[in-house]
Design a protein around this ligand. Structure first.
Ligand code: ADP
Ligand code: TRP
Length: 331
């Protein structure tokens, strides 16, 4: 695999763009237990952004319905994913955390956008084509997915949408939906801008490929010390070099090069010692987050989501009232 890049937070980028006063909105589909690749690649940059920027963070449960058919699994993932954000330090003073399904205006506005865009326009969507190529059912929800995402973004007059590179086209689609609506009915929606963290790299798995739950090469984020030990000890090492490349790449997520260089110099060729140092560093980093996570009840999460849903709905319903009037359904 290519060189492992250092993970840099979105906030460093947004600050350099002087975008402090802008409203952010981002969303993640609820999915199973996180690994350290999800955390350093996505969760941490988002949580860092909300330490000093305001906006909305959405659990995209209706988007998840394009691929999840198990209600128990979905319910569990929504709650567990919200816990992940809290354990990772999400600042609720700045962020409204809510479930997409708590605000039915998202689905309502998506319908209006569906009526403004053409099938051939949606057919250009990379994500749809990629997912169908990977064997996902080509359901109509998957096809119109970008218009639901456009509604998520545009309902809140969002300025900035922090997302991974794979979502860039979806934000372009949102801009297009805004422009189409504004053209047809007069200026109503802001055209949002994507914020792609260029330096977010790929965290390698224990086999050196991209860490991914599909490859079974993960270090689980909220692992116990024993689980961390088991995963780290299984990291593939190449006996031809002094420095175990994959161990080092993962280690750089927890310590700086300046901290690691003397250690890797001193323990040259001693892979077991270096892995033990990595286990210690991962465990030290995760222990407080693990504790925090364990202290959050499902009930706490449901309450925060409920409150967040109410706040989000107040914003969305005001915008939707304007939309209904403009399209001509309010009498
Ligand atoms: P997985 O590959 O384990 O199925 P997902 O596709 O569910 O992970 O990814 C969820 C989020 O985590 C995405 O935004 C993705 O960019 C990020 N992510 C996943 N794996 C990694 C990795 N190895 N390094 C960096 N970011 C990752
Ligand atoms: N489509 C995004 C993903 O799969 C999740 C998402 C849904 C989203 N709605 C959004 C992201 C609105 C940003 C803004 O990762």
């Amino acid at each position: 695999m290519g060189e492992i890049l250092k993970i840099r937070s979105f906030s460093a980028i947004i600050d350099s763009m002087s975008e402090k006063k802008k409203r952010l909105l981002t969303g993640l589909q609820p999915s199973g237990a996180l690994h350290i690749g999800n955390y350093f690649g996505t969760i941490k940059p988002i949580v860092d952004l909300f330490t000093d920027h305001e906006g909305l963070l959405m659990v995209a449960d209706y988007h998840a319905l394009t691929s999840v058919r198990n209600p128990e699994e979905l319910r569990k993932s929504i709650v567990e994913n919200a816990k992940d954000y809290f354990a990772a330090g999400l600042n609720l003073d700045n962020a409204i955390l809510f479930q997409q399904s708590s605000v039915p205006e998202h689905a309502e506005l998506a319908w209006i956008f569906d009526c403004l865009v053409t099938v051939s326009f949606l057919e250009l969507g990379h994500a749809y084509k990629d997912k169908v190529a990977k064997g996902l059912e080509a359901n109509a929800g998957l096809f119109t997915y970008p218009m639901l995402m456009a509604a998520d973004i545009l309902l809140y007059d969002t300025d900035i949408v922090p997302v991974g590179e794979d979502q860039r086209q979806h934000v372009e689609y949102a801009r297009e939906a805004a422009a189409k609506f504004n053209n047809a009915y007069g200026t109503t929606f802001k055209e949002p801008q994507e914020l792609i963290s260029k330096t977010v790299g790929v965290v390698p798995g224990t086999d050196g490929q991209k860490m991914s739950k599909s490859y079974k090469n993960t270090i689980p984020l909220f692992a116990t010390r024993d689980e961390i030990q088991k995963a780290v000890m299984s990291i593939v090492t190449d006996s031809s070099g002094d420095k175990p490349e994959h161990v080092y790449a993962i280690h750089t997520l927890y310590k700086t090069d300046a901290e690691l260089t003397p250690l890797y110099e001193e323990k040259k060729g001693k892979y077991k010692d270096l892995k033990e140092a990595l286990i210690e560093d991962i465990d030290t980093y995760i222990a407080p987050m693990r504790e925090k996570r364990a202290s959050i009840s499902d009930e706490d999460v449901r309450l925060v989501l409920k409150e967040g849903g109410e706040k989000a709905r107040t914003l969305a319903s005001a915008k939707m009232a304007e939309v209904r009037k403009k399209v001509g359904v309010t009498l």
